[in-house]
Write a protein that binds this ligand. Structure first.
Ligand code: DGL
Length: 262
């Protein structure tokens, strides 16, 4: 494996692009291969066993592409599959939840809210990881199962979507959080709507912390790419046109290839 090998990055759909858009700021000189598993979307209501199988296939795909690292730009698989698969590959694996929890825990907030998928909430991934670093922080987790579909279908501005978003936000505000983590990589696409009701600065988009920590780790391990030429390749397992359309907010994807990992 060499420094100039690509970085793999995956999610169930466009959510991971919220991470990708930060990664290219911190690491602009890298080759990236993005995989959006739109055929298996949503991940949030799948069992741990299903997600381990899915993640293993994606890691195998990246192995065949000779990547130097895989970025799990998906909270649900980070929460449910990272621990099972982390020792099975010889490239670096960066899971979003585990990578950002320490930095968030150090910021000194007392009450932290988390919006996430049902799978991430049921696993108490953020609560466990944050309290590992600071057990004086109260963490409240709320699942928003409809939000991924809203984002993938570009329905952010529909009245029904806004009502649903407001409903979950009102429930969260009862806990008086100092900060609210957008604990699913799809949710930063809803920041415009969320910001209609409360200060945008209340929200933490983990992508910024995540990209910085990946940059630092690659640098410390002498794994930064030294090539001038860089390539960004996008694959999805279904509906490339819809993926390209929904991606707009974070990264305008020009070309998307469809691929089956079965
Ligand atoms: N964007 C992913 C996450 O961060 C998965 C969402 C889903 O497919 O349910 O959890």
């Amino acid at each position: 494996m060499s420094n100039n090998c690509p970085i793999g990055i995956f999610d169930s759909g466009v959510g991971g692009l919220s991470v990708f858009s930060q990664l290219i700021k911190f690491l602009p000189n890298e080759n990236y291969i993005y995989f959006g598993d739109t055929e298996n979307l949503p991940y949030g209501n799948k069992t741990k066993e299903e997600l381990v199988q899915i993640s293993a296939k994606i890691f195998d795909f990246f192995k065949s592409k000779k990547v130097k690292a895989v970025v799990m730009a998906c909270n649900t698989t980070s929460a449910l599959t990272y621990d099972v698969l982390k020792n099975n590959y010889d490239f670096k694996i960066y899971p979003v939840v585990q990578n950002v929890a320490e930095q968030i825990a150090k910021e000194g907030h007392k009450n932290i809210g988390v919006f996430a998928t049902q799978g991430t909430v049921n696993a108490h991934a953020y609560k466990t990881e944050i309290q590992k670093h600071n057990n004086g922080i109260n963490v409240f987790e709320i699942a928003c199962p409809e939000w991924v579909r809203i984002v993938e279908n570009g329905l952010q501005e529909e009245e029904e979507s806004i009502n649903n978003i407001k409903l979950h936000l009102d429930e969260m505000l009862l806990y008086k959080p100092d900060k609210i983590i957008l604990g699913c990589t799809h949710y930063p696409y809803l920041l415009n709507v969320l910001s209609k009701f409360i200060q945008p600065a209340t929200f933490i988009n983990p992508a910024q912390y995540f990209a910085q920590s990946i940059y630092e780790d690659l640098k410390n391990n002498n794994l930064l790419c030294s090539e001038e030429e860089k390539e960004h390749t996008f694959f999805v397992s279904k509906n490339p046109a819809q993926f390209a359309k929904a991606s707009k907010l974070f990264y305008k994807v020009q070309e998307v290839k469809e691929i089956s990992l079965q």
